[in-house]
Design a protein around this ligand. Sequence first.
Ligand SMILES: Cc1cc2nc3c(=O)[nH]c(=O)nc-3n(C[C@H](O)[C@H](O)[C@H](O)COP(=O)(O)OP(=O)(O)OC[C@H]3O[C@@H](n4cnc5c(N)ncnc54)[C@H](O)[C@@H]3O)c2cc1C
Length: 372
Amino acid sequence: MAETSGPTVLDDLAFLDELIGTGPQTWDVIGELPVELLRELGAMGLLCAEVPTRFGGLGADSRRNGELTAHIGGLCSSLRSIMTSQGIAATAVRRFGDRAQRQRYLGELTGGTLAAVGFSEPEAGSDLAAMRTRIERAGDTVTVSGEKRWVTGARYADLLLVLGRDGENAAAVLVPSDAPGVTVEPVLDPMGCRAAGHSRVLLDEVRLPASAVLGGGGHALALLFTTALSYGRMSVAWGCVGILRACLRAATAHAKVREQSGKPLAEHQLVAKHLASLFTAEQVATQACRQASERWDAAAPDMAVAAVLAKHVGATNAARSAGEAVQVLASWGAQDGHVVARAYRDAKLMEIIEGSNEISELILAEHALEHS
Ligand SMILES: Cc1cc2nc3c(=O)[nH]c(=O)nc-3n(C[C@H](O)[C@H](O)[C@H](O)COP(=O)(O)OP(=O)(O)OC[C@H]3O[C@@H](n4cnc5c(N)ncnc54)[C@H](O)[C@@H]3O)c2cc1C
C-alpha cells in the first residue's frame, strides 16, 4: 500500500536534470551508463520508489512513481529501463518474499544494490510457459540452471532475479551475479536503449542457499509472471509518457525558431499537424497511465489489464510520435545521441518488451470479449 504523505524528494524532480545533465547523449553513443550514478540513484530509493519506508524506500504511490519514471524516461530510456528492472525485482520480493527476504532484499534494493530480471529464454519469448530454466531445491540448497536472453541491466547488476521451473510450478530466485556458474555476456550494438546493459545470462548449475528462493517457490507460473510483468508494464508505460513529453518539447521548440520559406516551421500547417498529433499522443498516454496507476493503488480487480492498456497505448503512441518528432526536426535531429533520434530507436523497442503489441492486443481482446 502506498504511503507518501509529507514532502519528499519526489516533490520537485528538477534536481534530476542537474544530476543527469547531458549524460544521456553520451551514454547512448558509448553504450554505457555510469554505474556510480546508478548506485547513487538506487541509494536514494529512486530506482524502486514504491518500496515502503519501513524497508528503506520512498513509499511512493504508483502515480508519483509514474511521474518520476516519466521524468527519467524523458531524459534517458536506458536509465529508465534500469528503474523498471529494479522495480520489478522489488515488486517480486514484496509479493512473494517471506518476512526475512523482504527485510534483507528490499533494504539492499534501496541501498545501492542493482538488480536485473531474467524471464526470456531462447525458446521462451512471448510464450513464457516454454521456459526451461530449472530451480531445484535439495535440503538447504538450490541449484539454478538455464539461459536468459536480453536481460536489461544485467551488465551492471549485483543481483539477478531469475524466474524458472520449480517442478510443476514456478519460482523466482535471487542470484548474485558473481556466484560461481554465472556468466554475463553483453548484447552487442542494441538498436535502442543502447546503454541499458542488456545481456545474455548463462546459469550453469549455480548453487545457492535455499533462502534465495522467494517464499520458498512453488508458485503458479501465471501468477508469478503477471505480478512481475504488471509492474514492468506500468513502468514502461510511464517511461513512454516521458519519451512523448521529450519529443513534444523538442519538436515545438524547434518548430518555433526554425524558419523555412519565410516563416517558422510551426506556421506551416503540415508541420503543425505533427505537433497536434504529438500533443494528442502525450495526453492520451498520460491519461491511460493515470488510470492504470489509480487501479494499481486501489489493487482493483482490473489492475493487470489496466497496466496492459497503458503500456499498449504508451508504446504505440511513443513509437509513432517519435517518428513524427524526427520528421519535424529533420536533419537537426538525425544524429545518434540527439533526444529525438534516441526516442525513435528506444520507442520502437517499447512495442516489444513486457508483452509485445500483439500479445497486449490478445490480452485486451480477451478482456473485451469477457466484459463487453
Ligand atoms: C530492449 C529489450 C529489453 C529487454 N529486457 C528484458 C529483460 O530485462 N528481461 C527479460 O527476461 N527479457 C527481456 N527482453 C526480452 C523480451 O521480453 C522479448 O524480446 C519479448 O518477450 C518478445 O520475445 P521474442 O523477442 O523472443 O519474440 P517472439 O516471441 O519470437 O515474437 C516475435 C513476433 O511474433 C509475435 N508473436 C509471438 N507470439 C505470438 C502470438 N501468440 N500471437 C501473436 N503474435 C505473436 C510477437 O508479438 C513478435 O511480433 C528484452 C527485449 C528487448 C528488445
